[in-house]
Design a protein around this ligand. Structure first.
Ligand SMILES: [Fe+2]
Length: 346
């Protein structure tokens, strides 16, 4: 567990570059890393703009048998708390290909919080993000809340949430590598999700203009404004960083993004703004790579924090929407790009 977390923090820190001064960034995991530590663990990545041939080979492999509908991502399982080897393999296969899978389990409206927690541990992810509005066990209960701090935040309302990846406002060492959802009860109407593999978004942008990628990898591409509470206290500092970053240790791609205009300040140069517009048009268009669906009781999403949104919804007397959300600092085991496409390393 510690290794997975260390790896993630290390990857993000190096990838961002802007936070190399944070020498004790992973002290709480028992191993400090300093900015002077030699960076000898870089691997080649298809997401590096310098690697054109590798990128083209990756595109070819990635798009071969790529899912064409949400149904291709669905795996029927009996109990997420006790996956069979076959169920686990089927989930993993889909995450390896599309960075996401959807399960349909027999658990129905069972609110057992172990369902998402045990599922995640069987997928090799342990570094649960205990964000400040999460419940005591680290899961977040996404439901409409009318009181307390949660009422001020859109996930706890019934409003539409536009395209984003989770934790885009987190500091570099706390980026979310995996995002799982589990549905206990859907709303009476609405609440659908749209999903897009962030690697596909990268591909679409790079194929249109590689300079879009260069712009979105800049450490100051995207700045999340500070969050200031009602009393005027800064509770989260401004956070600048890239949209796309590459893990030096694994070559994996990470994406940090929100389309919500009030939540982000984009670098004010022509190519960045053009890239952002292209991405926005892609997400708001009719791309065949956008999957749409609604989680019903016992269903869940397993993902490496793909881009997603949520439609607005309405509850009624018999339907109070409740989804559990689990965010992790580590990536689902067995989904590193060079493990999925070993031919790229040859
Ligand atoms: Fe989200």
């Amino acid at each position: 567990m510690v290794d997975a977390l260390d790896g993630c923090a290390l990857r993000v820190e190096k990838a961002w570059g802007t936070v190399l001064h944070k020498q004790n960034i992973i002290l709480d995991q028992g191993k400090a890393m300093t900015a002077t530590q030699p960076q000898t663990d870089h691997v080649n990545s298809p997401f590096d703009l310098a690697n054109t041939e590798m990128y083209e080979a990756w595109c070819q492999s990635k798009l071969k048998d790529y899912p064409t509908s949400l149904a291709d991502l669905v795996v029927t399982i009996k109990d997420p708390r006790k996956l069979t080897n076959e169920e686990r393999e089927e989930l993993l296969k889909r995450v390896q290909k599309a960075n996401m899978a959807v399960y349909v389990a027999d658990t129905g409206t069972d609110p057992d919080r172990d369902i998402p927690l045990k599922l995640a541990s069987q997928m090799g992810i342990f570094g649960l993000d205990h964000n400040w509005l999460a419940d005591d066990d680290g899961l977040t209960s996404l439901t409409v809340v009318d009181e307390g701090a949660r009422r001020n935040f859109i996930p706890y309302s019934n409003r539409t949430i536009k395209w984003h990846t989770d934790g885009y406002y987190n500091t570099a060492d706390k980026q979310i590598q995996s995002l799982n959802l589990h549905c206990v009860c859907p709303s009476a109407t609405g609440g659908e999700n749209q999903l897009m593999d962030h690697e596909i978004a990268y591909m679409e942008l790079r194929n249109k203009n590689p300079e879009y990628i260069r712009a979105l990898m800049a450490p100051d591409a995207m700045t999340i404004p500070a969050r200031i509470d009602d009393g005027g206290t800064t509770v989260r500092a401004e956070e600048a960083g890239p949209v796309f970053s590459i893990c030096p240790k694994t070559g994996n791609l990470h994406m940090r993004y929100t389309i919500r205009e009030h939540n982000v300040i984009w670098k004010d140069d022509a190519i960045t703004l053009e890239a952002v517009q292209y991405l926005e048009d892609l997400l708001n268009g009719d791309s065949p790579y956008i999957f749409r669906g609604r989680l019903e009781p016992g269903m869940g999403l397993v993902s490496t924090n793909v881009i997603h949104d949520r439609a607005g919804f309405e509850d009624d007397e018999t339907h109070t929407r409740l989804l559990y959300r689990a965010r992790y600092y580590d990536r689902i085991a067995g989904t590193d790009v060079l493990d999925v496409y070993p031919e790229l390393s040859q």
